[in-house]
Design a protein around this ligand. Structure first.
Ligand code: CTP
Length: 398
């Protein structure tokens, strides 16, 4: 941790007293520590204590009046290698999740380009409230890492989950993270995500319910491990502002094919997680189709299988496909793996509660080209993405 820049954001919770020990641990390990306090944090621990332990002035003001500077939130955000918000009160979590920016800590959160870690602390009922869960989920979706609070005796005298993780625990997580080398530094990863829309006429299309969650989670997981990612996404509500992800928006299967073919030659890894339409209308009407007859048929033609196309063009890329099966799952997935010349296939099953389209969770089985089968338990799509990153890393580096 020597020479690393840790920015510690302290908000108003009794657990703020623990930041004295945490600051001491970081400084002893050789890190540079700067601290931002909210006004209410100062009722729990004094700025003087934290300034003394961090060996730096504590920041709270948007404008440093003496020097007339007002951009310190930007400067702090750029300075930090890691922004750790501990303790994060329910109030601060709520504001972070909603882009509210009425103090220096929150302005710096919006400005920071480094990873942001959040360690909540509050009473058990506040922690269990649906709004807190929703805010934490939003922050996790933004790519922030949540350090779960611990169960135990709380300042109110109640027993439950809400205690700030112990300083030693937080310190160890940060130390381990700084030790890690990004697994995919210098690698290029191509990912497809979301549905495709196949136009019938200017106002209608054939589409599907894919949300794009798995593909976006994969893009973030690879980018967090140092990869340069090109994410080709069909129509999806999702977006990412990760600096290492270039998002290419397309609509139809044909457009996705063009983009995938043009980015594939320079990719080291390609993961096709999009739910691409298998058929598209033979004719796309140039004007809106008027209703006339009682029956109306649309003639469909097969789209080009993007994954299979890349399988035939493959030189030394690691190629990953997804399979969605409802019967003879393993057998069909293995057939697809071979037919499309893949290195790995991720089998989705719709036969499990909580798995598949639109859900935040999924249950998948990984099958590699030597028919090695790994079943993963039901877990969030972010966790599956991180698991895949590790799995692919161990396959490539084996
Ligand atoms: N895929 C693709 N291009 C297509 C259709 C599918 O790249 N035109 C990719 C998907 O992104 C996924 C994989 O192929 O990685 C499997 O898709 P799936 O729909 O399960 O299988 P299909 O091969 O389309 O076969 P079937 O629908 O008969 O199961």
């Amino acid at each position: 941790m020597i020479g690393k820049n840790i920015l510690l954001g302290v908000s108003g919770s009794i657990a703020a007293y623990k930041t004295a020990a945490l600051t001491r641990l970081f400084v002893k390990a050789g890190a540079n520590v700067r601290i931002i306090m909210t006004e209410s944090a100062k009722t729990f621990i004094t700025p003087l204590t934290l300034a003394t332990l961090s060996k730096n002035p504590v920041e709270s003001e948007f404008v440093k009046s003496a020097a007339g500077e007002w951009t310190n939130h930007v400067e702090l955000g750029l300075w930090a290698d890691l922004f750790l918000i501990a303790p994060a009160s329910a109030n601060t979590l709520g504001k972070m999740a909603n882009g509210i920016c009425d103090n220096l800590l929150l302005a710096t959160y919006l400005s920071a380009r480094c990873p942001v870690w959040v360690a909540p602390a509050m009473d058990l009922d506040m922690f269990a409230h649906p709004s807190t869960s929703r805010n934490l989920k939003t922050l996790a979706d933004f790519g922030n890492l949540i350090i779960e609070p611990e169960p135990g005796e709380l300042a109110s005298g109640l027993e439950g989950k809400g205690r700030l993780a112990e300083p030693e625990t937080i310190f160890q997580l940060v130390a381990d993270w700084f030790k890690q080398k990004p697994v995919f530094a210098g690698k290029r990863v191509l990912i497809t995500a979301g549905p495709t829309y196949e136009a019938i006429d200017p106002v209608r299309f054939i589409g599907n319910h894919s949300s794009g969650k798995m593909g976006f989670a994969l893009a973030e997981a690879f980018a967090n491990q140092g990869a340069e990612v090109v994410l080709i996404s069909g129509p999806s509500q999702l977006s990412t502002n990760h600096p290492a992800i270039k998002t290419v928006r397309i609509v139809s299967a044909a457009e996705m094919l063009d983009q995938a073919k043009s980015h594939f030659p320079s990719a080291d890894i390609a993961i096709m997680s999009a739910a691409v339409a298998d058929y598209t209308p033979r004719v796309k009407a140039t004007q809106k189709i008027k209703k006339s007859e009682d029956e109306f048929a649309i003639e469909l033609v097969k789209t080009t299988d993007i994954l299979k196309t890349l399988g035939t063009q493959k030189s030394n890329q690691f190629l990953v496909g997804f399979a969605l099966e409802t019967e003879n799952e393993l057998e069909n997935a293995i057939k697809k793996l071979k037919a499309k010349n893949l290195d790995l296939i991720v089998l989705n099953s719709l036969n499990h509660e909580g798995a598949g389209f639109g859900y935040d969770t999924n249950r998948v089985t990984l099958i590699d080209k030597s028919n090695q089968i790994t079943e993963l338990p039901l877990q969030s799509k972010n966790d599956i993405a991180n698991h895949l990153v590790q799995y692919i890393s161990s396959h490539i580096h084996a």
